[in-house]
Design a protein around this ligand. Structure first.
Ligand SMILES: *Cc1c(COP(=O)(O)O)cnc(C)c1O
Length: 508
């Protein structure tokens, strides 16, 4: 199997090169030049398989360079009991523990937060480091990989957990001292592992991210690092190695619905996905392309509803106000992975570079009526306001004793709107991307009218206790354990000190 850039077909690379490079040299994203298919027989046989086996099967279709024994070792390491322990946070017994589908009223919810950081990024970031290490070996690369990340919260922690103690890699995470929650900082500063480093930086997320980008584009720094045996990489969400593992849980969810008799093998389902950078919903589209019976993909946004407008009108326009919402992981205006969908539905490949040029110079682009029609055939889109999300958290809690986090609440709300507007009765699965305990303050505010005053006085750990005492919903172990975790990383540095910090860490 070969991979090509969304911006030119000329350079074809193998999977390991796509993963090592991340971005294609022309600035495009790597996509497979053709998609393998899953027949109904295969889907049927995967119904009896474990999550690790389902993952091994799907990954093997894309990695013909590796034996299935090798791939099996990656999936066992990524999705085994160590990262996804059996616990009491899953409502339905006997469900696939890594990505269980639970029933809430008449709706199905696919819980993707059972990994080590209680957010869905674990589903990909537990596997990517193994793929990356294998890619280094496959490429005969003599240097090791130093992952450098700026984070506003969730990605940094999930990347740290994924890369910790993985041979031939080191990971360094910078976070803005004024830009993450207390719990998020605690999660990162207590990170264990011999190849990790975490550093708070003065300023906000933009400052930190800009400084990290400057390090990536400074050839003097990369030369110095290369001289000491390190190659920089970002492992960000446009890497093919992060997208591929996400296809697995859509297939797995479908298999579970078949196994429990909720749908008949071959009947379609819908998925409703809370969307930011468009990676998660794109993986669902790829699953559909492979033959998974999916009727409609519902793209749910928060008040940063640029994708809602795009899917309705065909015009992508970033010249708009940016909102900091209660679902921060969806606060994005340029959804990078949309480029991969456009590549797929555009009949003329020259169009993609022209859209991206227009986006860079004018802050907008518009697709043709034909392309819009194809996108609308695949997707339906709407958004949910801040108040709407809080209301949904409260309603679902009151009615079903089920707690939604603010990101999942956005999707839940949009799913109800979809059903009402279209009258579609196809079984619909809402994708849950974070555990509610990651966002205690918002969840507490939503479920209690008079809560506002008390919230202000509570520390992060106190709010966890408070939410537990009010709801009795089990606290996931990684969050409960924070109370006893030892802080390893302290102090705040200036932006100007970051490059030196990276070099020190590489030489350590
Ligand atoms: C990253 C993230 C999202 C958005 O996913 P994309 O793949 O970027 O669309 C949604 N919810 C949570 C909790 C996330 O961490």
């Amino acid at each position: 199997m070969r991979y090509v850039s969304t911006r030119s077909k000329s350079s074809q690379v193998r999977a390991h090169e796509a993963i090592l490079q991340g971005l294609a040299p022309d600035g495009g994203l790597y996509v497979p030049d053709s998609f393998p298919t899953l027949g109904l027989d295969t889907i049927g046989s995967l119904c009896d398989a474990t999550y690790e086996e389902r993952a091994t099967h799907i990954l093997s279709l894309y990695f013909d360079e590796y034996t299935s024994e090798e791939i099996k070792s990656f999936t066992l390491a990524a999705y085994g009991e160590k990262s996804f322990p059996r616990d009491d946070t899953t409502k339905s017994q006997g469900a696939t523990r890594q990505a269980p589908v639970v029933k809430v009223g008449n709706d199905h919810i696919l819980e993707l937060w059972h990994g080590p950081t209680s957010a869905f990024k674990d589903m990909a970031l537990q596997l990517l480091p193994h793929l990356l290490k294998a890619s280094i070996e496959k490429a005969g690369e003599s240097k090791n990989v130093l992952i450098l990340t700026a984070t506003s919260g969730d990605t940094g922690k999930a990347a740290l957990e994924g890369f910790r103690d993985i041979d031939r890699t080191k990971i360094m995470v910078f976070y803005p001292a004024e830009g993450v929650s207390e719990i998020q900082a605690l999660q990162m500063n207590t990170q264990v592992g011999r190849n990790v480093h975490v550093q708070a930086v003065k300023g906000n997320f933009d400052d930190t991210q800009t400084a990290v980008k400057a390090i990536f584009s400074d050839s003097r720094i990369s030369e110095e690092l290369e001289a000491s045996g390190w190659r920089l990489s970002s492992a960000n969400s446009i890497n093919w190695g992060r997208l591929l593992p996400q296809i697995v849980y859509y297939v797995s969810a479908y298999c579970d619905l078949v196994s429990t008799g909720e749908v008949e093998l071959g009947s379609p389902v819908n998925f409703c996905v809370p969307t930011g950078n468009f990676g998660n919903i794109l993986a669902a589209y790829y699953a559909q392309k492979m033959g998974l019976p999916i009727n409609k993909l519902i793209c749910a946004s928060n008040e940063n509803n640029i994708l809602t407008d795009f899917i309705r009108t065909g015009k992508y326009d970033v010249k708009r106000e940016f909102f900091c919402t209660i679902s921060p992981s969806m606060d994005i205006l340029v959804s990078s992975n949309l480029e991969r969908l456009l590549y797929d539905v555009a009949e003329d490949n020259e169009l993609i570079p022209s859209y991206m040029r227009s986006l860079a110079s004018k802050g907008e682009y518009e697709v043709s009526a034909g392309i819009l029609d194809r996108i609308q055939h695949i997707m339906w889109a709407d958004f949910c306001t801040e108040e709407g999300a809080k209301k949904v958290i409260r309603q679902v809690w009151d009615k079903y004793d089920y707690l939604l986090d603010p990101h999942t609440a956005v999707a839940y709300d949009v799913c109800q709107k979809y059903k009402k507007v279209t009258g579609d009765t196809t079984p619909t699965v809402t994708v849950a991307t974070a555990n509610p305990y990651k966002f205690c303050e918002t969840v507490l505010e939503s479920i209690a009218d008079d809560f506002h005053d008390k919230v202000v006085s509570g520390s992060g750990l106190e709010l966890i206790h408070l939410l537990y005492s009010k709801t009795g919903v089990p606290v996931p172990k990684p969050i409960a354990d924070l109370e006893f975790a030892k802080t390893r990383f302290t102090g705040v540095i200036e932006k100007s000190e970051m490059a030196a910090c990276v070099k020190d860490f590489a030489d350590k």
